[in-house]
Design a protein around this ligand. Structure first.
Ligand code: UD1
Ligand code: BG6
Length: 366
């Protein structure tokens, strides 16, 4: 049921304060700061002992893995890989019994992800699912896992699954990091912000009208570049995917550090650019990249953290200030802003946002 909303997509975007809360419900006790993921608790020691973690997924689910990679590296201090399932299947890389392979999927039915799971199982790796659909193939075939509990996602383009995936994966990282003394302060800070996350998301959703104004400008474009680094790299890939799916506009997410190695040739005064410059440990380098594209004549729309408007305005055509949240969770706030942007552009262009052309909700063929 769409309730008061015109589309499932809009409903699913706006229910994210509740869906992320449901991902944490009964698992994270904010008072005692204790965390228990019933689905993987028995395997936490095995995960900590593993040599590598590989995240394998498609589309939006692949982007959520990219969004949490740095946190796993920090919490676990071992190699972490993020794989596109179809590319993984093409290569059939070496997989060992002391690997942990994490399969992320909203539907739990995506054929490429499922094939990768069967391959890793054949190679005796510990296979973990992070899946929304209970009873789906990936949920059944993994050794253990964590359900997202985000509720059904109807709109073809994935929205609330992304934010719940980031939250579920963040909780797994916190569990894994419990054995690392150096990680404990950081873990406490992240738990504090997970507690605040529903309210933080409500603040982003309250920016809907501001985002609609930006969407009106973007809807006339033929191509949009989105730039970001750190956790915001995953966010620009996801934002570009949403714009392609809903607006049918060419959109490309580019690492802000990589723009000088070629994409800079595309940058000029007329080019529509969305630049994610949130306050994180990469902020100075992000600002340098923003200044470089401004030198080439670009005037991007800048998404930044509250308090940074004055500093970044000289480089921007407009600035959108997002609420402050721990760096580990920043992709949640920026992706929700980009979901709204893509949604509005799609509606302004009269597209069927719930059922984009040529796309299916679950892709059950290779
Ligand atoms: C489970 C119950 C929940 C109940 C809670 C009470 C289900 C689906 N969940 O939640 O209703 O309130 O106990 O303690 O009945 N799994 C996989 N692969 C996946 C996802 C999950 O194998 O991709 C497995 C898990 O290892 C676990 C089971 O499915 O054995 C349920 O997982 P999950 O719902 O995440 O567990 P709980 O949060 O403990
Ligand atoms: C399809 C959907 O392409 O599959 C995307 O349209 C989704 O929104 C992708 O991200 C992967 O799906 P899943 O169910 O494995 O997360």
């Amino acid at each position: 049921m769409k309730g008061d909303y015109g589309t499932f997509m809009q409903k699913e975007i706006f229910e994210q304060p509740e869906s992320v809360f449901n991902t944490m419900r009964g698992r994270l006790d904010f008072e005692t700061e204790s965390l228990r993921l019933g689905g993987i608790q028995a395997n936490v020691v095995a995960i900590r002992r593993a040599k590598r973690i590989l995240f394998i997924a498609c589309g939006t689910s692949h982007h959520s893995a990219l969004a949490v990679r740095a946190l796993f590296e920090e919490a676990w201090e071992k190699p972490v890989f993020v794989e596109i399932a179809s590319d993984f299947i093409d290569r059939k890389p070496p997989i060992f019994r002391d690997d942990v392979c994490v399969f992320i999927s909203q539907s739990g039915e995506t054929a490429d992800t499922l094939n990768a799971l069967r391959y890793c199982k054949d190679h005796d790796a510990l296979c973990i699912g992070v899946v929304n659909a209970v009873g789906s193939c990936i949920a059944r075939e993994t050794h253990c896992g964590v359900h997202l509990n985000a509720g059904p996602e109807i709109s073809v383009a994935s929205t609330k699954a992304f934010t719940s995936q980031v939250v579920a994966l963040t909780m797994i990282a916190l569990l894994v990091g419990q054995s690392l003394a150096l990680f404990q302060d950081r873990s406490r800070a992240i738990i504090k912000d997970l507690h605040m996350l529903p309210d933080i998301i409500r603040k982003v959703l309250a920016m809907n009208e501001q985002i609609l104004t930006i969407a009106k400008e973007c809807s006339k474009q033929q191509s949009i570049l989105l730039l970001g680094r750190g956790g915001q790299y995953a966010a620009v890939l996801e934002g570009a995917l949403k714009i392609k799916e809903l607006a049918y506009i060419h959109a490309e997410g580019i690492h802000a550090g990589d723009v000088k190695y070629g994409p800079m040739a595309l940058v000029n005064q007329a080019r529509c650019i969305i630049f994610l410059a949130l306050r994180d440990s990469h902020f100075n380098r992000t600002k340098a990249a923003l200044a470089q594209i401004a030198d080439c004549g670009a005037k991007p729309v800048v998404l930044c953290s509250i308090g940074d408007r004055a500093e970044l305005s000289p480089f921007a055509s407009s600035v959108l200030e997002l609420p402050i949240v721990d760096e580990a969770l920043q992709s949640v706030t920026s992706v929700i802003a980009l979901q709204l942007l893509a949604f509005h552009i799609g509606v302004l262009r009269d597209n069927a946002v719930d059922t984009p052309r040529n796309l299916a909700k679950s892709v059950t063929v290779e």
